[in-house]
Design a protein around this ligand. Structure first.
Ligand SMILES: [Ca+2]
Length: 291
């Protein structure tokens, strides 16, 4: 693997380990028809499980918060079949209580596509949404966020929206409009300003990615050192032609290096042998001269 390959591996490792977090819990109306959802902070309701809602729906869903809080509904997306002859065909009503017998918070029956960025707040701890569709024409539907809220003055741990509603501080800068005027997403110039961001997965991911990079770099240095040492050995050896060039695709491991080295004595042992032979010859010559 070349240096570009090492760098690509590092980038891929870091990219794989970084994951986005903090998505708002979603409830899907077709699978929660008739449910009573207890809200502790904020949830989003989707009108369908696919790209559009479905025909022939008649669903209620109730959202409940703990006393003394209220239920704040913020409409993120709203696109239903438009009125025909001044009458809504597919429509939504938001009731100020536990069922559809409670009065509606919306003055007019909700349909069409002009209600995005509108909000409604209850007088008590429950809000019931009623969604009705006929047998023809489906649209993208709605996404409405239901949040534990209160009216100003806001308490500690709450964020004061520009529209004076109070929402949990934890839902500011989470990319969802809980206030209803999107003011909880103001002044979020960087993810560092988000008090709700969980940094642990990011830190763990970066640390693991860095470790992988260090291991790859250490292996590359080790391999280069081995190759250099082998080349030096090959260069110093007397019988250079006996030693093959190392296979570039084969890692010059300790075992490989020793295998080659074991078949070929190095220069120092060769010189020691030659010196010994020379001394022996000199000794023989001296003995001959003495006699
Ligand atoms: Ca938000």
């Amino acid at each position: 693997m070349d240096s570009i390959g090492h760098r690509m591996l590092c980038v891929a490792a870091v990219a794989c380990l970084i994951r986005a977090t903090g998505a708002l819990t979603a409830v899907y109306l077709p699978t929660s028809c008739g449910a009573d959802i207890s809200v502790t902070s904020s949830v989003q309701l989707e009108s369908g499980t696919g790209l559009t809602y479905t025909n022939n729906m008649d669903c209620n869903i109730t959202f409940t918060v703990a006393s003394p809080y209220l239920v704040l509904a913020s409409i993120e997306r709203f696109e239903l079949e438009p009125q025909r002859s001044g009458t809504c065909i597919d429509y939504v009503n938001l009731h100020d209580g536990a069922d559809v017998s409670s009065s509606t918070l919306n003055t007019d029956v909700m349909c069409g596509s002009s209600l995005t960025n509108t909000s409604y707040i209850t007088t008590g701890q429950q809000m019931t949404l009623h969604f009705v569709t006929d047998s023809s024409a489906v649209y993208l539907g709605f996404n409405i966020i239901f949040t534990v809220a209160s009216l100003s003055p806001c308490a500690g741990g709450q964020y004061t929206c520009n529209n004076t509603y109070c929402t949990p501080s934890s839902v500011t800068c989470d990319s969802y409009d809980q206030c209803g005027d999107n003011s909880d997403e103001d002044n979020c110039t960087s993810i560092a300003s988000s008090s709700s961001t969980n940094w642990t997965p990011l830190i763990v991911g970066l640390t693991l990615g860095l470790l992988v990079c260090l291991l790859v770099a250490a292996f590359a240095v080790y391999r280069r050192h081995r190759l250099k040492r082998y080349k030096k050995f090959q260069h110093e050896h007397i019988d250079r032609e006996d030693i093959p060039d190392p296979d570039p695709s084969y890692p010059v491991t300790h075992k490989y290096f020793r295998g080659i080295r074991g078949q070929h004595p190095d220069i120092s042992s060769y010189r020691a042998t030659e010196d010994s032979k020379e001394k022996q010859l000199q000794g023989n010559d001296e003995k001959t001269a003495e006699t």
